[in-house]
Write a protein that binds this ligand. Structure first.
Ligand SMILES: [Zn+2]
Length: 369
């Protein structure tokens, strides 16, 4: 049993007082309603829930279990307490072997690391004409492959393009099994997006990036998201999406949530790095790009995402919801992404400049500045 004192963002709003944990979960909140402006104490927020992470600290999830451990620890130091191991387009054989290797770090949380809630398959079932930074292994979805992947690890999200023949049935098949079918890397029209939502698609992958844009006579996939989505990802590194377009999305999509889409270059100095399959990425000025300039994931961490959201005008509690509660709700995880009695003791403690001071995962302190 232990406790923390400060300004606590609880399910019921801001409280000032003491947070108690026992057995890895919140046991008691001994605090009175107060706004953080009343005092100089630290902020205690729910740990960040990042549903789109490829790498960090030089490690690439495509390299398997050791890489996953490095990634889980690196993002934990930045306040992420749970995440999805996010794969990219690859041949079936490689994905099969990879997912078998990831089963261990997913079922057993790495020491001093964040909890993997499962896998986000970003492709390979995407439009080969809209790869963005993904490798060129796009192909139509096959149920037998998905069944095999889902028998190996908890697959929570599948990013796919709805305009590919047969994918409307795949969306329905995934939705019936509780897997979030997420629209992304798509050249689909507005109408195809609306039809996919009707079939059970649940969200959109890095809204605006690698999807047909909004035109006022051809609203595209972006238009389908802005007009109809309940949930969508957004990368708030202020490079992938202009702050003005972020504000459009914040007005339009009630449960918009933020992801890092972090690449292996996250946490490394500027320079050139070997991404995968001989492809070189360059990290420079906060962005990560392929040789032709295409963005290839990000160098973002969730604590920087929080500071970025606040810098464009969000309140701290609104920013927190978009980094913790909304993504947890999207996955249907009711005991993470929030601070309330009975929820996991997943917390990030921040100073008044929103720099991470301490991080707790399931009641274990995994980082102290
Ligand atoms: Zn990605």
């Amino acid at each position: 049993m232990f406790m923390l004192y400060g300004n606590i963002l609880t399910l019921a709003g801001w409280r000032h007082g003491t947070l108690h944990a026992q057995g890895g979960r919140v046991s008691q909140i001994d605090a009175r309603p107060a706004t953080p402006d009343d005092n100089d104490d630290v902020y205690i927020l729910p740990g960040f829930v990042d549903l789109h992470v490829h790498g960090g600290d030089g490690a690439n999830i495509m390299d398997g279990a050791d890489a996953a451990v490095t990634i889980s620890r690196m993002h934990a130091r930045h306040g992420t307490t749970s995440l999805l191991a996010t794969t990219v387009n690859a041949p079936h054989e490689r994905l099969s072997v990879l997912l078998q290797a990831l089963a261990q770090p997913i079922s057993h949380r790495p020491h001093n690391g964040a909890r993997f809630l499962g896998v986000h398959l970003e492709g390979p079932y995407v439009n080969p004409g809209r790869l963005g930074g993904l490798p060129n292994h796009a192909r139509p979805a096959v149920i037998a492959e998905l069944e095999q992947y889902m028998a190996t690890v908890p697959v929570r999200i599948v990013t796919l393009s709805p305009e590919i023949a047969g994918h409307d049935d795949i969306i329905e098949w995934l939705a019936a099994r509780g897997v979030r079918a997420q629209i992304g890397h798509s050249l689909g029209t507005y109408e195809e997006g609306v039809a996919a939502l009707d079939r059970g698609a649940a969200g959109f992958t890095h809204l605006y990036n690698a999807m047909s844009p909004l035109g006022h006579r051809a609203p595209g996939m972006v238009g389908a998201a802005l007009a109809h989505a309940e949930y969508s990802e957004l990368i708030p590194d202020l490079i992938h999406v202009h702050p003005g377009a972020m504000k459009v999305a914040l007005r339009a999509i009630p449960k918009l949530y933020c992801v890092t889409d972090a690449s292996l270059a996250t946490g490394l100095p500027d320079g050139e790095y070997d991404k995968d399959e001989g492809r070189v990425i360059t990290k420079c000025m906060g962005g990560v790009r392929l040789a032709d300039g295409t963005l290839a994931g990000s160098a973002l961490t969730m604590d920087q995402a929080l500071r970025n959201l606040v810098s464009i005008g969000l309140t701290l509690d609104d920013a927190s919801h978009r980094l913790s509660r909304n993504p947890a709700d999207y996955l249907g995880v009711a005991d993470r992404g929030r601070i309330g009695t009975g929820a996991w003791a997943d917390w990030v403690v921040l100073d008044r400049q929103l720099q991470v001071q301490q991080v707790f995962v399931e009641g274990e302190q995994v980082y102290a500045a």
